[in-house]
Design a protein around this ligand. Structure first.
Ligand SMILES: [Zn+2]
Length: 257
């Protein structure tokens, strides 16, 4: 994988439009499908509202966001109502987050968030545009990257270094079981994954997981049985190979990196 941009023509007057063209070309040239391992993903015709790239082998779609600043806690996305609608459908795209270095004209980071991590909890509704705006009243959305667990941030390039394709595919497959779950079930699992991340260690006890009872109760105020729910999620994650059972009341995160 070469990280520099090819063909640095500047057909547009705006720098960001040129960067968009360069990064799209780079993705089409170098990025493989992390879902099935196909060597290429194909660029879709411009202005298709759905996605930017399509894997010809497995049919997974990809939306590309590229910027020169590293991605922070949130990233601006499209219309909130559309975003909400698509969460429920299986055609939603995976998200490619590409961060480039303009002076080096090359890719610094490429992180992919698999589509199964998109649940209502990570989509934030923005304020309607002011009455003076051209699209007055239009409501956009933010994707809360800070609410995506580590296992849902699959780096293909990190700090200017490509990761091995094997390790990328392994990490991707580790959470693929989420695709078979309903949006609601995924929401719970993803929130519990976030709690486990915030412990900052691989091995933990059931009691340590129960310590997140208040955090989870605040996210799901209608649920009166948070502890049993936590336990159920841990068992589910263990059955899917995300966690290992060490001994009574002790669990361990299985990591691929
Ligand atoms: Zn594929």
């Amino acid at each position: 994988m070469k990280l520099g941009f090819e063909d640095l023509q500047a057909p547009f007057r705006s720098g960001s439009q040129n960067a968009r063209a360069w990064t799209e070309r780079w993705v089409a040239d170098w990025v493989y499908c992390p879902n099935c391992g196909n060597p290429k993903i194909n660029q879709l015709p411009a202005n298709l509202p759905v996605a930017d790239f399509l894997c010809p082998s497995c049919g997974d779609q990809y939306e590309l966001k590229s910027q020169k600043k590293p991605f922070g806690a949130k990233v601006v996305d499209g219309a909130f109502s559309k975003k909400q609608e698509r969460l429920a459908s299986s055609s939603s795209p995976n998200l490619l987050l590409l961060n480039y270095d303009l002076s080096e004209q090359s890719v610094r980071n490429l992180c992919i968030v698999p589509k199964h991590f998109f649940v209502p909890e990570v989509i934030e509704e923005r304020k309607p545009l002011a009455p003076t705006a051209r699209r007055a009243g239009w409501i956009g959305s933010n994707i809360l990257l800070s609410q995506i667990p580590q296992s849902g941030r699959v780096f293909i390039v990190q700090d200017g270094r490509p990761l091995s394709k094997d390790s990328v595919l392994t990490k991707w497959r580790r959470t693929l079981f989420l695709r078979n779950e309903t949006t609601e079930a995924r929401g719970w699992l993803i929130e519990v994954m976030n709690c486990l991340d915030s412990m900052g260690k691989r091995e933990f006890t059931l009691d340590e997981a129960y310590a997140f009872e208040d955090t989870l109760a605040a996210i799901y105020p209608q649920n009166r049985n948070v502890r049993p729910k936590i336990r159920q999620q841990l068992q589910f994650l263990r059955d899917r190979g995300y966690l290992e059972f060490v001994s009574r009341g002790r669990y361990k995160l299985r990591t691929s990196d």
